[in-house]
Every structure is written in C-alpha cells, then in structure tokens.
Design a protein around this ligand. Structure first.
Ligand code: UD1
Length: 422
C-alpha cells in the first residue's frame, strides 16, 4: 500500500492550477444517465472516485470515453442494467447518485444501500423520502433500494413539493435529477446551496432541463419529456483550493492558485484572514501569503455558504501550530474528528468533547508515522506533515487519491519535499 513521506519545514512558494471539483464531477457524470445523447464534460479531475463512477456507469451499459486531459464523453443512449451493485457502492457512497436519474428515465432502479462510513452513519432517508413523495414505490430488500415508477402514468415520477428537514447535498442533487424528467413541477425546499449543486443545475439546464432557484434553498424544477447531451466544464474544486490555501498559510509561504474562485470560498477566506494570512484574488485566481505568527481561529461547520465541513480538518491542522486556542465545532457529521488522534501523535494539543475540539497551539509538531482515515482527514495530516520537524509518513493514502488530483506533483511544484513510497 502506498505511503506519503513528507520532510517538513519548507515554505510553499509558486503557482499551481486547481482541478475540477470532485463533488461536482461525480453527480454530473451520473446525470449523463438522464440523457439520450452523449454528455461531454471537461475539467473532470483524474481521481479514484471519478474512475469508480465510470466503472459504475459502464456496468449499466453507458459508453465512457475519457482522455488524459480531463475530457469525457458519456453515452447513455443504450442502458443494459438499472443496478448499482454493493461491490461498487461500498467503495463510494456517492454511487447513490444514480438512483434519481435511473428511476426518472427508466422507471426502475436497484441501488445497494450505502453502509456506514468512516465519518458517520450518513443515512439516505431523505433521498428515499423525496422520491416517495414523487410517487415512487420504494422497498429495501436484501440490502438494496428497489425503486419503481412502473405504476405511475407513463412510468413517470410526479412533481411534488418536497421539504428536506436537513440540508443534504447529494440528496438535493438526486431529487433535482429525478425531477427533471418528472411529470409536472417539483419544489425542493431547504435545498443545499453548495456551488456544486449549482454547477450540476447549470449542466442539466444545458441538457434541456427547466430549473429555477439553484444556488438558493428553494429549487423549482419543471419536468420535461426528455433530456439530451450537452457540453459542460466542471466548476473548480473549492476544497482543493482551500487545502492549498491553508498549506500556504501554515508554511508561511506564498502560493497563487489559478482556476480558483474566491466567491466560492468566502467563509474559508475570512477565517484565513482572521488567522493572519493575506488573501488576494481576482476573478479566477487566489493568492495566499502565510505568516510565521498565525493566530488560532474558531470554526463552526454548517451548510454552504457557512464554513464547509470538508475544510474542518485542514483548519484543525492550522490551529495546532497557531498562537492561542481555537474551538472547532463540527455540526454536519458526527464522527469527523478521526484526524485528532493522529495529530496528537505529531505532538498537537487537542481535546475533544462531543462535537467540539479545543486546539491549543503548540510551538512545533514533530514528524511521526500517522494513518489516514478519510479524505479530508488525510489532507489535514499532509498539512501537519508540511510544518512538522523531521519526517512524517502518512499511511493509507488511497483516501487522498480519491479526492486530490496529482497531490505530490502539485506540492512538489510548490517546493514541498514529498515522495510517494510504493
Ligand atoms: C456531500 C459531499 C461531502 C460533504 C458533504 C457535506 C459529495 C459527493 N459529497 O456529502 O464531501 O462533506 O456533502 O457538505 O458531494 N443526512 C441524512 N439523511 C439523508 C442525507 C443526509 O440524515 O438522507 C445527513 C448526513 O448524515 C449528514 C448531513 O445530513 O449528517 C449532511 O449530509 P449530506 O449533505 O447528504 O452529505 P453528502 O451529500 O453525502
């Protein structure tokens, strides 16, 4: 299994380009299932979760032609299976995103129930409740969600008003996709406002969908008869950008990120400035200048536009070496502090009580061997390794390969001393 070995203490300097967003690419690739002609995407990041999604769609009969530059054509004109098997769903929860499109276009879907995952139980009850409100018959059998619209007129889902009592990103995306081909109008209330939801809506609109309000918490979808392929460029990855921004700040370096949008990162930028970093930007780039005298910041995760849970671990890493005490409150996932124990192995001073971590800054971290547990936790260990004295070895980095495109290459380009050991 691959490991990442980082020699700490080198400030990051230089310029890199941020990749397309994983969390926009995955749902949009699944949206290809809705179209009768090929969907063409660009800026698709080369990530393990993306290739898993390709495998899943190929399993259903979708023709996938991807090149090495992030372009892919997805042809779902002929589908041979409506099933997402356990073997694929268990490796990637986002596989649940095929449920809405399959059911909407073919009137049937069989998708394995995702199990628990490292960061919590993460149920999909709101996806199911929403589809039921649109008239679907749904049973859970042998660990699979069996969904059918066969009893509905023309096997089509029916538009409905759906209130989600929790903000769910993939739930909103699944229901938005389902609603595009439903009979009548669907109103999604308390919808997720994440930029990736908006990016998906923009792609669906190019495919012929009629969607209003994406990016707000009320999304209205007027169902249409059919959708066609289109061309769409995936929005930039705000979490990847945010991770490199924290890296620049922590190492007291200066990094310019191209293909980075400050308007998607308001909460992160505000916290970096509060910590003492300098953040400058124009329409398509962000430059962060760090400091040797960072201050701890208090963080409270919440749905967009508030502070993203996917940046929580990285800011925890920042707090470990900042001056003062920072309180980190995680409100989205119940078990998202697994990086804490690993950071403690590097000498961090962190106390956890319930969903709150109190981080007291220490003068320095010391390199050690640590284990990555989930995607963003792994990223936070990389950040810690970049500033720790001596060598930090991160094991189980397959998590990083799920979500950070060419991580070592980008870090090396910025002057970090990082190598992958097979
Ligand atoms: C997405 C992102 C993930 C990010 C998360 C929160 C993708 C592929 N993944 O995950 O990177 O960390 O949003 O911003 O886009 N919940 C329910 N019932 C449901 C659905 C969700 O109780 O039916 C709960 C979850 O357990 C969690 C909260 O709602 O506590 C938010 O989860 P959700 O927004 O659905 O996360 P994902 O869409 O899985």
């Amino acid at each position: 299994m691959d490991k990442l070995v980082i020699a700490g203490g080198y400030p990051l300097h230089g310029e890199i380009t941020v990749s397309g967003a994983k969390n926009a690419a995955l749902p949009i690739i699944c949206a290809a299932l809705l179209a009768e002609t090929p969907l063409k995407l660009s800026s698709v990041p080369a990530l393990r979760d993306v290739s898993t999604t390709y495998q899943l769609l190929k399993h259903m009969g979708v023709e996938v032609s991807a090149d090495a530059s992030g372009n892919v054509a997805l042809d779902a004109s002929e589908i041979t299976s409506h099933e997402a098997p356990y073997e694929m769903v268990k490796t990637m929860r986002a596989s649940i995103l095929v449920l809405g499109p399959l059911l909407a276009r073919f009137g049937h879907a069989r998708v394995s129930l995702p199990g628990g995952c490292a960061i919590g139980s993460r149920p999909v009850d709101l996806h199911i409740k929403g589809l039921k409100a649109m008239g679907a018959e749904i049973h859970i059998e042998h660990g699979y969600i069996e969904a059918s619209a066969a009893h509905l007129p023309n096997k089509r889902l029916q538009g409905a008003r759906i209130f989600m009592d929790l903000v769910t990103v993939t739930g909103t995306e699944n229901l938005m996709m389902a609603a595009t081909l439903a009979d009548g109008t669907t109103v999604l209330e308390n919808a997720a406002r994440e930029p990736e939801v908006l990016d998906m809506a923009e792609c669906l609109i190019k495919m012929g969908a009629r969607i209003e309000g994406a990016g707000t918490d009320v999304i209205t979808v007027h169902g249409v008869e059919r959708l066609q392929g289109a061309s769409h460029q995936i929005v930039c990855d705000r979490i990847e950008a945010g991770t490199y921004m924290v890296a620049a700040a922590m190492t007291a370096g200066r990094v310019k990120l191209h293909n980075a949008r400050a308007d998607l990162l308001d909460a992160v930028i505000e916290k970096l400035r509060e910590a003492g970093a300098v953040v400058e930007h124009d329409a398509n780039s962000i430059t962060v200048t760090g400091s040797k005298e960072l201050r701890s910041v208090n963080i409270r995760t919440a749905p967009h536009p508030a502070f993203p849970t996917d940046m929580q671990a990285q800011f925890m890493a920042l707090n470990t070496i900042a001056q003062g005490t920072g309180r980190v409150i995680e409100t989205i996932f119940e078990n998202r502090f697994m990086h804490v124990q690993e950071m403690q192995r590097l000498g961090a001073n962190i106390e956890v009580e319930g969903n709150t971590a109190v981080v007291r800054g220490v003068e320095f971290l010391d390199g050690a061997t640590v284990m990555a547990t989930d995607l963003r936790a792994s990223a936070s260990l990389v950040l810690a390794g970049l500033v720790a004295r001596g060598e930090t070895t991160i094991e189980r980095i397959y998590h990083l390969d799920r979500g950070y495109e060419r991580l070592e290459e980008k870090l090396t380009a910025l002057g970090a001393h990082v190598r992958r050991v097979h």
